[in-house]
Design a protein around this ligand. Structure first.
Ligand SMILES: CC(C)(COP(=O)(O)OP(=O)(O)OC[C@H]1O[C@@H](n2cnc3c(N)ncnc32)[C@H](O)[C@@H]1O)[C@@H](O)C(=O)NCCC(=O)NCCS
Ligand SMILES: Nc1ncnc2c1ncn2[C@@H]1O[C@H](COP(=O)(O)OP(=O)(O)OP(=O)(O)O)[C@@H](O)[C@H]1O
Length: 186
């Protein structure tokens, strides 16, 4: 069986992944894979430069701010970048042979069919905004821009098989132990 952890930006997926590691569960990180591939794959670099403009790889290095600016400028732009990057990430996951993946945009990226079960990590909107502002040193407006570029948390929860509440007060260890116990019997 293969599993995906999803949830919007700031819900705490990476935090939950670190906890899962304590339980012996290793999770493939789609964000990290996308960055690795954009650094190393010449074909991806060419496609991105063509779509965004040469300034996305000044002197061969990915300019994250330039890519983020292009991505957030319109939904059409997000689709263009996703269409270039996501098939490569999906391939990378399949060839990793790993059982778990973490992706903020599992449904948007059409990654759902790569796994059997989906676990959504959720937190209240305000908590997510504050976490992202603090973690990334960005404004409330910028944090909300990212949130608005993703499917709503309610929709993600509806499409998932399990929900983990990571609001800072609910007991995460208990939820993860229960989840791991449940999926053992699936
Ligand atoms: C724009 C980039 C360079 C910003 O990098 P940075 O290190 O500042 O942020 P990071 O990668 O940690 O992303 C933070 C969060 O933004 C959100 N996000 C990233 N890409 C996307 C996207 N295409 N659509 C919606 N949300 C996204 C996710 O919640 C993600 O976890 C980077 O996010 C990126 O390359 N995105 C495009 C590739 C992609 O779609 N990655 C997502 C996993 S496949
Ligand atoms: N239960 C928690 N208690 C304390 N801090 C938390 C908790 N959950 C998340 N955080 C913190 O909130 C921030 C955002 O969490 P994290 O990076 O795990 O989110 P994410 O869902 O992986 O976001 P992204 O979509 O950007 O990858 C991090 O700095 C993290 O350490």
């Amino acid at each position: 069986m293969k599993y995906a952890l999803t949830g919007g930006i700031g819900s705490g997926k990476s935090y939950v992944c670190r906890k899962l590691k304590e339980y012996g569960v290793e999770v493939f990180d789609c964000d990290a894979s996308a960055k690795r591939l954009m650094r190393s794959c010449h074909k991806l670099q060419e496609q991105l430069s063509e779509a965004v403009g040469q300034d996305v790889f000044p002197d061969g290095q990915l300019d994250k701010a330039a890519l983020a600016q292009f991505l957030l400028a319109s939904e059409e732009n997000t689709k263009v970048i996703n269409g270039i990057v996501h098939p490569a990430v999906a391939k990378d996951f399949r060839s990793s042979g790993m059982q778990w993946m973490e992706s903020a945009i599992l449904f948007e990226a059409d990654f759902r069919h790569n796994v059997d079960k989906v676990i959504c990590v959720s937190a209240p909107l305000e908590t997510r905004v504050e976490r992202v502002m603090e973690r990334d040193g960005i404004s409330r407006e910028k944090a909300l821009e990212w949130i608005n570029r993703q499917m709503s948390q309610e929709e993600k929860e509806r499409l998932s098989d399990y929900v983990i509440v990571n609001d800072g007060t609910a007991d995460l260890d208990r939820q993860l132990e229960e989840l791991l116990e449940k999926i053992k019997h699936e």
